[in-house]
Structure formats: C-alpha cells, structure tokens
Design a protein around this ligand. Structure first.
Ligand code: PAF
Length: 281
C-alpha cells in the first residue's frame, strides 16, 4: 500500500492510473477506522482496480463547539487496518494543503442540508460537500463509497454529484454494527461503560419502530413518540432529533405509505450518536 500525503503526488498517480485505463475506488474517511470503513474498502477493492482510502479530519465540517481537537486519530493503526483490508493507496493530506491561506470556495447543497442534522450542526454539510468535491477532484474516482449510517450525507453527496454533472458512481453500503446492534462509529470510543450500555437505546428505538410498521402502524408521529419514550428511559441519553422523512427529498412525512427514512441523533453523555433505518410498509 502506497502512503501519499501530497495532493500533487496523489493527483499525478490518479492521472497515470487513468492513462492505464485503471478504475479507481475512493473511500473518504476521517480515520480512526472501524469495521464499517473496512467493509467500504473491501468492496472498493472488489469493484475497482485501485482502492484509495483518504484519511483527513476535515476542520471545516466541525463547528467551533464540536470535537475537532479531540477527534480520535491514530495513523499507524489506520495504516495497518487499511492495508489488511486491501487498500492500495492511503491518501492523507494536511489541512494547510487542503485549505491554504486565501482558500474561499465552498459547496452548499442547500435544501437537503437544511433538515435532519443540518439545523443542529450549522455549516457541517457545507464542509462535507466541499471536502468531498476536493477529494473527487484530486483522486478522480470512478466509484466512491459511503456508509448508510450517515444517511443524510449520502443523499447530499448523490445530489451534489448529479447537480455538478460529475461522472462518479456513489455507492452506499449498509451500516455495520457491533454484535449488540450499536452502529459502528469512530466516536463510540468516547463512551463510558455506562454510556455504552445506554447507547443501545438508539437501535432499540429503531427496532421497535420497524416492528410497529410491520404490525401496521403508519403514523410517523406515533412511531416517533414511541421512540422518544424508549430513549428518555436512559439517564445519560438526550434526544437531539428524531425525524421520519422521504428517502430522497428528506422532506418530513406524516404517513408511512412508502419507504421512509427514520433518522435520529442522540447525545449519550457528551457524545452525539446518529443512526437510521429505512422503514418499509
Ligand atoms: O463520513 C465522514 O467520515 C466524513 O464526513 C467524510 C465523508 C470523510 C468527509 O470528511
């Protein structure tokens, strides 16, 4: 596995690969890899000739109150994990190279960024869309891989690729979970033992929502209320939001009459966890 920290060298390698008619798969990450990332890397390796994993803790997607400084980082561990998963290239640019003095271009996927996590994390999706466009420009992937855990991010990136006429296939792979159902996330490391137990309320609420829809419940507000009840039982958990929305437009729905995204963000202690599921009537 090649490790590249220079934007120029990464762009040059991509140019050479294109000339050789090699296909490139990109897995954008912020590092501190877990099995969710590894499943994306393994799939990229199966689908494309060259699997590139980028590791970049993107400062512009964190608000001043968020955890940029303490976001977990361990490049040595990530290198080993990426190599074992089959990555061919690890691209690890620096923040000053990505956003040099005088940088002023940003990408805003306006309406889709305004719901779910958007109002709770101002500027977050603008930061995500901007860095993803930059990574696409440098790595020039044929296919890019994202996880369903960040459902809104995936919908936004698909729309951005469509709106900007980018010839890149966006693949969204299922959420990878711990044995007990907790969605894998680099931020799970922040949880204390007690919080780790309470964090199961997210998957518990989702499972009960799925069961309710299976037994015929169609009212989004009733399902959300039931989920709120489950989460409020946990002393360390505080709901940021729970919403039922259309899977593509992300507009709120009142009735579950077709596939609906149920998405939630919950603070467990100080750690903000997100999870979601597609409810099928
Ligand atoms: O999902 C993430 O880890 C990040 O938002 C991404 C897509 C790598 C952009 O920084």
């Amino acid at each position: 596995m090649k490790i590249i920290d220079s934007i120029q060298r990464m762009a040059m390698l991509s140019k050479i690969l294109k000339k050789e008619s090699k296909t490139i798969g990109l897995v954008p990450t912020m590092g501190y890899l877990h099995d969710g990332h590894l499943s994306l890397i393994k799939t990229a390796k199966q689908h494309t000739d060259v699997a590139v994993v980028s590791i970049f803790v993107n400062p512009i997607q964190f608000s001043p109150k968020e955890d940029l400084d303490k976001y977990p980082r361990d490049l040595k561990r990530d290198e080993e994990m990426a190599r074992l998963a089959g990555a061919d290239v690890l691209f690890n640019p620096s923040a000053v190279d990505m956003y040099p003095e005088g940088y002023e271009t940003y990408v805003d996927v306006e309406r889709l960024s305004a719901s779910l996590c958007g109002p709770h994390r101002p500027g977050h999706f603008r930061g995500v869309a901007t860095v993803v466009v930059k990574l696409f420009g440098i790595v020039k992937p044929d296919i890019a891989y994202f996880g369903q855990k960040d459902a809104q991010q995936s919908v936004i990136i698909k729309k951005m690729v469509e709106d900007l006429n980018m010839d890149i296939d966006i693949k969204v792979l299922p959420t990878v979970r711990e044995k007990d159902g907790l969605a894998m996330s680099s931020r799970n490391i922040y949880l204390s033992e007690k919080e780790r137990k309470d964090a199961l309320c997210l998957i518990e609420a989702i499972s009960k929502a799925e069961a309710a829809v299976k037994s015929g419940e169609r009212s989004a507000s009733k399902i959300i209320k039931m989920m709120e009840g489950i989460i409020k039982e946990k002393p360390t958990a505080k709901i940021d939001y729970i919403d039922a929305v259309d899977t593509k437009s992300l507009r709120p729905v009142d009735t579950i009459s077709k596939e609906t995204l149920i998405a939630l963000a919950v603070f467990v202690g100080k750690t903000r966890l997100v999870d979601n599921a597609i409810l099928s009537p």
